[in-house]
Design a protein around this ligand. Structure first.
Ligand code: FPP
Ligand code: MG
Length: 338
């Protein structure tokens, strides 16, 4: 950490505070019934619309936008509309993802669709996405809305492929990585690129920031998939083993299935079974993924991707303090899984 740089958790708190007024303004423009669902999902209100102190998201994407703007030589504030837009788009994707995955818990609370119904969750997600485009269209860089719309099409394609993989027996590590690139890395890439664009960075810098975000996003999904199997529910806010229960082809699972080991073959047999599996079975499946080397592979890939990401960042000749803070943020993301 450089002399004047803040810790990753201080940076995340700073980013949440900076983005909050813009997020509130945007959500306040929604019709009351949709606004209430959005505010519940964002942790501002309980299911009755009363103020709540529920856990909010970490706000990693806006922090990346603001820090990338600073690393490209501008004040963080110039990129606030972009930071608000990426957080809105991220929350659109979470609302829909929880529904598509049938997940009951997010951020330690019942998911919005379980509280307000399927229709409410779909429509609120749609509204958040429209707000994200509005915020960019109203900003000093209206053409940046195209960055977001292109990214959303990647997200949709990645999500569709992720769900389709649940039905396939053979998914290669390469196919899984290509899916993750669209499902997760594309929005982190856009978050970083938008920071560069709003800072007035040159095209080469913007492209490198985008690549930095893509590599970080790839690493982030490796961590998320590790947490999906071995994460502590008290920390993740989600029940353990849901990915295994729904036969998700997550990165450690696909690596285990492709390992050619006895544990990998046994895992494949379990994955082909078309019935729900109890807790003991799921714990056994987690052990098989580990025995087959899926966990160790995923951990070492995370580290490799993070190292590559930081090399890419240094190629942008970033301002030292934001660069140190981006690096601290990257460390925090990796530490979540260890
Ligand atoms: C957790 O983010 C989310 C991910 C790692 C991305 C998963 C990908 C999707 C949900 C894409 C879905 C796409 C569509 C179109 C439905 P986080 O840990 O930053 O969450 P937080 O905001 O709660 O901190
Ligand atoms: Mg999903």
């Amino acid at each position: 950490m450089s002399a004047h740089s803040r810790s990753a958790s201080a940076v995340l708190a700073w980013s949440r505070d900076l983005v909050q007024p813009g997020l509130r303004d945007a959500v306040d423009r929604l019709p009351p019934a949709i606004r209430r669902i959005a505010g519940y999902h964002l942790g501002w209100w309980d299911e009755h619309g009363s103020p709540a102190t529920a856990p909010t998201g970490k706000a990693i994407r806006p922090a990346l936008t603001l820090l990338c703007a600073e690393s490209a030589g501008a004040a963080a504030e110039v990129a606030l509309p972009a930071a608000v837009a990426v957080e809105l788009a991220h929350n659109f994707s979470l609302l829909h993802d929880d529904l598509l995955d049938g997940d009951h818990k997010r951020r330690h609370r019942p998911t919005a669709w379980t509280v307000f119904g399927i229709n409410g969750a779909i429509l609120t997600g749609d509204a958040l996405l429209a707000l994200a485009s509005d915020v960019l269209a109203d900003s000093a860089h209206p053409s940046s809305a195209r960055v977001l719309t292109t990214t959303v099409i990647d997200l949709v394609d990645g999500e569709h492929t992720d769900l389709a993989f649940e039905q396939y027996d053979d998914v290669s590590v390469q196919e899984c990585e290509a899916m993750v690139e669209r499902k997760t890395a594309s929005l982190l890439a856009a978050s970083c690129a938008l920071g560069g664009i709003f800072a007035g960075g040159d095209p080469v810098t913007v492209t490198r920031l985008s690549e930095f975000g893509r590599l970080l996003g790839m690493a982030y999904q490796h961590v998320d998939d590790l947490l999906g199997i071995w994460g502590d529910p008290a920390v993740t806010g989600k029940p353990v083993h849901t990915d295994l229960a729904s036969r998700k082809k997550s990165l450690p699972v696909v690596a285990a299935l492709a390992s050619g080991t006895p544990a990998g073959h046994e895992l494949a047999d379990w994955y082909r079974l078309d019935r729900s599996l109890g807790d003991d079975c799921l714990t056994h499946l987690a052990r098989l993924v580990e025995e087959a080397g899926g966990r160790a592979w995923c951990e070492s890939e995370t580290k490799r991707l993070m190292d590559e990401a930081l090399l890419m960042l240094s190629a942008t000749a970033p301002a030292p303090r934001p660069a140190a803070e981006l690096s601290a943020l990257a460390d925090l993301l990796v530490c979540r899984a260890s």
